[in-house]
Design a protein around this ligand. Structure first.
Ligand SMILES: C=C1C[C@]23C[C@@]1(O)CC[C@H]2[C@@]12CC[C@H](O)[C@@](C)(C(=O)O1)[C@H]2[C@@H]3C(=O)O
Ligand SMILES: O=C(O)CCC(=O)C(=O)O
Ligand SMILES: [Fe+2]
Length: 345
């Protein structure tokens, strides 16, 4: 099992030798400890030996590649992004743009099938069944990870997190992103940014944190994902692509439930490659009625209550009214000093 730590380069600057890699075939008690450490330090880790069959992963990549190569009019049959459906360039409702196209669905077979059955030039049954199989496996993997985290944190109910996903009304999503290669005509039109080595690159998906509990990301063999350094918000750490692995990130809801012990990592996707990039995200979300609030065992005198309770529906309403880069969870933060004083009274 590989697990690396921060290496101080100088007093002012720290560099990350590598990001945490967790081998899920390792001993359970070691795996859960490493996962908790990774969620506290980075809000991000990679999992290997995850047990998801390569064939299923390859099928998703093949089907999404085929879908994104269809004529625009065909892709649009998956519906305008309202917010679910097929979207291109526009992200959300508040003026965010990026150099990508995407499919965004509720992660259940009926929603997936309903969205893609109208795409006549594609075997939509096959596409739906490949995605549904993938979603089933993502749910299984996510439940395992959430239970490991519950155990690792020593929660009284180890299934606190996984129960939210097991709820039949869960609001989890599946997203397929396609970032065209740099030499496309879109080059001329899109916003540019400077990377660390001063090379120009395009914004694929701008910086943000994921609002949900946990995200499981997988991409083809093309770089692009970056996470914000936990030590310096101006430093972006490139994540080396690994198509055989999954990348896990903590979302805002898990940060809130752990009362800030786990960090919802800010991340972004940039486009520098000469090859187009395909990524698939499974976002674990509770039901709309679920109440998200810091767990009692996460609130201590040293770490007083940081967030107010909210329903997932309330959080979604807020997030859709804001820009991609906004720090949504800040709006649910309590005045820690005031709360501690109240507790002491
Ligand atoms: C600009 C937006 C797009 C987004 C909803 C939002 O108003 C703010 C959060 C965005 C995000 C980021 C993570 C996921 O990709 C996503 C599906 C989500 O749940 O929150 C997107 C939303 C979206 O693309 O609809
Ligand atoms: O495509 C990627 O690698 C990241 C996309 C992302 O962060 C998202 O869709 O929320
Ligand atoms: Fe994201």
């Amino acid at each position: 099992m590989v697990m690396t730590t921060l290496i101080p380069e100088s007093k002012e600057r720290m560099v990350l030798s590598d990001l945490p890699v967790i081998d899920l075939s390792g001993k359970r008690d070691k795996v859960r400890k490493l996962m908790v450490k990774a969620c506290e330090e980075f809000g991000f880790f990679k999992v290997i030996n995850h047990g998801v069959p390569k064939e299923i992963i390859d099928n998703v990549e093949k089907e999404s590649k085929e879908f994104f190569s269809l004529p625009t009019a065909e892709k649009q049959k998956a519906g305008p992004p309202n917010p679910l459906g097929y979207g291109s360039k526009k992200i959300g409702f508040n003026g965010d743009t990026g150099d990508l196209e995407y499919l965004l669905f509720h992660a259940n077979p009926t929603s997936i099938y309903d969205r893609i059955r109208n795409i006549s030039s594609k075997d939509s049954n096959r596409f739906s069944s490949v995605l549904s199989d993938y979603v089933d496996l993502m749910k299984e993997l996510a439940c395992d990870l959430l239970e490991l985290l519950g155990e690792g944190l020593g929660l009284e109910d180890k299934k606190t997190f996984s129960k939210l996903l097991k709820d039949s009304q869960n609001d989890s999503l599946i997203r397929l992103n396609h970032y065209p290669s740099c030499d496309s005509d879109a080059d001329q039109r899109l916003s540019f940014m400077k990377t660390k080595d001063d090379k120009s690159s395009r914004v694929g998906f701008g910086e943000h944190s994921d609002p949900q509990i946990l995200t499981i990301l997988r991409s083809n063999n093309v770089e692009g994902l970056q996470i914000q350094s936990p030590l310096d918000g101006n430093v972006w750490i490139p994540v080396k692509s690994d198509p055989s692995a999954f990348f896990i990130n903590v979302g805002d809801a898990l940060q809130a439930m752990t009362n800030g012990r786990f960090v919802s990592v800010r991340h972004r996707a940039i486009v520098t490659a000469q090859k187009s990039r395909l990524s698939t995200m499974f976002f674990v979300a509770p039901s709309l009625q679920a109440c998200i609030s810091p767990l009692p065992e996460m609130v201590t005198l040293e770490n007083p209550l940081k967030y107010r309770s909210y329903t997932w529906a309330e959080y979604k309403k807020t997030m859709y009214s804001l820009r991609l880069a906004s720090n949504r969870l800040e709006l649910f933060k309590l005045d820690c000093n005031k709360e501690s004083k109240d507790l002491m009274r």
